[in-house]
Design a protein around this ligand. Structure first.
Ligand code: K7E
Ligand code: CUA
Length: 656
């Protein structure tokens, strides 16, 4: 009897908690879990078959961009972007090192958050994908014919480029913004307590050449010293606008956890970038000194080089009327997301109890009616009531990011209560909710942030996996979950570990990219100045203490293989040309004692590694990729003699 009472007490307690949760969060999802076999079927891609989607996950603190097939969640590639990659030689080879140059020198790491595709008429065109570096502020362009980083541009006047890379409808601009306000003047040494006087915010508009994809810093807008968190380009009717969230409008500079959470509302910034561009063309921007690097890989040689810029165009809202507005938004918002119609501007107030949804058309009306609360540094603050379209009640605790399925539904990731909440753009009512494992950041819907998403799959990018996978010590990989969103209820299909910390992701129909992917680098187009196309042209040349080895690689030998006459103190460049013209026929190169990674050379490509021999002796080098039955034979030796030795420079090509 006593036992029964206890059970009943526990049951009613659980029921009560459930009821409480229902009151707090609306109707809970049934289970969301499918019959396991059914789920397995729906993510099954048979051996030899291709996935339907390419998905690109940011690497977060890995600085890279990983590529996955969906729905199988097979990892296809990890593209090195901001961080050196000893596996491929990216950031170690002489060709790629300049990509990682900044005004602070060679920075072989960054923190990559938001990938976004180049777009044509609002739809991803599969030509390039961009991604931001949040730490030493940068933006990178990855060429989707080769899946390689082609370009990196540093951002001046920026302390953490987080609200990036969001791309406008026809890739006119990539957005950027300073997450942490900082003093503008370069290297300015001021007390941090002088925050309000000396610190400024900035928004960046990076232009993209429509043919080559080449990026350039077109202009920046100087802003009050708030924190600029996330951005989005408008769509359709709002396509000429860009939106950013702010937090710390309190302008705190210590204990932000407390002092940057005081105000009930911060702002969404709305910028008419087309108008800003006109003002800049009219000469209303001023030129200010700056110092930033632009690193670009030459298409013909494969060699990256750096250009240093010393000024930037700066537009002040005080000199640029009718261009930029603040929309009050509760409370320390994180994400700002634009629905497929371009009408709704959804903010994720991480400390707010509702999800505020602004209306673009109401915003335009409010601007016309001058429904302003005040004007800050030339920026009118619109009345909250004048722009708001609705608020989603009971969204859960800590809403962050919202995505859309194109059928009038929105999906918001909710960090603290660790769930995804689906709600209606018609009446702002919650329709469904499903657990996330655990603590979700961004989510992503196939077809993405476009006027026309594919209502197929949704990926939740979560922060901690805890008990979801076999344990690997105190730290587990960051997980992701795949959901089917084609029905009324969200259904969990799969959960899988990822690499790095994916913040955001994009997925595109594989057909858009696949036909353009290169299988080889064409040797006829290889204009690398140190390339050799035939083993008989292979040679070694000395100029003072600089030695250049012009080497070919083909199954299963290096030419030349044996080199003598190298001395301690020499600077030895191995210029390796892979003269294979077969898809995926790579060779690697490594030499004992080199303070470097290996270099992996794709078919038709030339890559260079530099080596500074420290000690006399015999140094084996070998191919690191198991390329053929005689791969183990793909090797050679370098003889290193003492400084001043008279051993003549010789090499073996098999022709002598
Ligand atoms: Cu929410 Cu950098 Cu977009 Cu992480 S960010 S989650
Ligand atoms: Cu080439 Cu192994």
């Amino acid at each position: 009897m006593a036992q029964k009472t206890t059970i009943w007490k526990i049951t009613s307690l659980l029921l009560g908690l459930g009821l409480l949760a229902m009151i707090m969060y609306g109707c809970p999802s049934q289970t969301g879990m499918l019959d396991t076999r059914d789920a397995a079927q729906r993510v099954y891609v048979a051996p030899g078959e291709y996935d339907e989607y390419y998905a690109f996950f940011s690497g977060g603190y890995s600085g890279q961009l990983s590529v996955w097939g969906l729905p199988s969640a097979r990892m296809l590639r990890n593209i090195p972007v901001f961080s050196q990659d000893p596996e491929s030689g990216y950031g170690y080879s002489e060709e790629t090192k300049p990509l990682l140059m900044t005004s602070y020198g060679f920075i072989p790491w960054d923190d990559s958050h938001h990938p976004d595709f180049s777009q044509t008429n609002g739809m991803p065109d599969g030509r390039w994908i961009f991604i931001n570096g949040n730490n030493t502020p940068r933006v990178a362009r990855i060429d989707l014919t080769t899946f390689e980083t082609a370009e990196i541009l540093e951002l001046p006047n920026t302390g953490g480029n987080h609200a990036s890379t969001f791309v406008t409808e026809n890739t006119e601009y990539i957005l950027g913004a300073t997450r942490f306000s900082i003093p503008y003047e370069m290297d300015k040494d001021v007390p941090i307590d002088s925050y309000k006087e000396n610190f400024d915010g900035s928004l960046s508009f990076i232009a993209v050449d429509p043919e080559s994809g080449e990026m350039s810093m077109d202009f920046q807008i100087i802003m009050p010293p708030y924190h600029y968190d996330l951005g989005r380009a408008g769509k359709g009717p709002s396509a000429d606008w860009a939106f950013f969230t702010t937090y710390n409008t309190e302008q705190a500079h210590t204990l932000l956890e407390i002092y940057a959470s005081e105000f009930d509302k911060d702002y969404v910034v709305a910028v008419n970038w087309r108008k800003a561009q006109e003002y800049v063309r009219e000469g209303r921007a001023r030129t200010v000194p700056a110092n930033y690097y632009h690193n670009l890989k030459d298409k013909n040689t494969g060699i990256a080089s750096s250009t240093v810029h010393d000024e930037v165009l700066l537009l002040d809202p005080k000199d640029a009327p009718d261009m930029i507005y603040f929309l009050p938004t509760p409370k320390s918002p994180h994400g700002v997301d634009i629905d497929p119609t371009g009408e709704y501007i959804v903010a994720g107030g991480k400390l707010a109890t509702v999800i505020p949804v602004h209306s673009f058309s109401r915003m335009i009306e409010a601007i016309e009616n001058e429904a302003f609360e005040e004007v800050i540094n030339g920026i009118p603050v619109l009345e909250y009531e004048a722009t708001i379209a609705g608020e989603v009640e009971n969204p859960g605790l800590g809403p962050l990011h919202t995505e859309f399925d194109g059928d009038g539904n929105a999906y918001t990731s909710v960090y603290i209560s660790s769930e995804i909440v689906k709600w209606s753009l018609e009446n702002f009512e919650v329709l469904d909710r499903i657990d996330a494992y655990y603590s979700i950041g961004h989510l992503m819907i196939t077809g993405g942030d476009t006027p026309n998403p594919d209502r197929r799959y949704m990926v939740g990018l979560t922060k901690t996996s805890r008990d979801r996978f076999l344990p690997t010590g105190p730290k587990q990989l960051h997980p992701a979950q795949l959901y089917d969103i084609s029905g009324d209820r969200m259904e969990l299909l799969l959960d899988f570990p990822t690499i790095g910390e994916p913040h955001y992701a994009q997925a595109i129909k594989a057909d858009i990219i696949r036909p353009n992917v290169k299988q080889i680098y064409d040797l006829d187009e290889n204009k690398h100045p140190h390339a050799v196309m035939r083993p008989r042209d292979a040679r070694v040349e000395r100029d003072g203490n600089v030695v250049r080895v012009y080497m070919t690689n083909i199954r299963s030998h290096f030419t030349p293989d044996n080199i003598e006459g190298i001395r301690v103190g020499d600077e030895v460049y191995f210029h390796l040309t892979n003269i294979e013209q077969d898809w995926d026929m790579v060779h690697g190169f490594a030499i004992k004692g080199a303070n470097s990674g290996e270099v992996l050379i794709a078919p038709g490509e030339t890559k260079t590694i530099v080596w500074h021999p420290q000690r006399t002796g015999i140094y084996p080098f070998y191919c690191t990729a198991f390329c053929s039955a005689l791969h183990q034979e793909m090797q050679g030796y370098v003889r290193v003699s003492a400084v001043g030795s008279d051993v003549p420079l010789t090499w073996r090509t098999g022709e002598e």
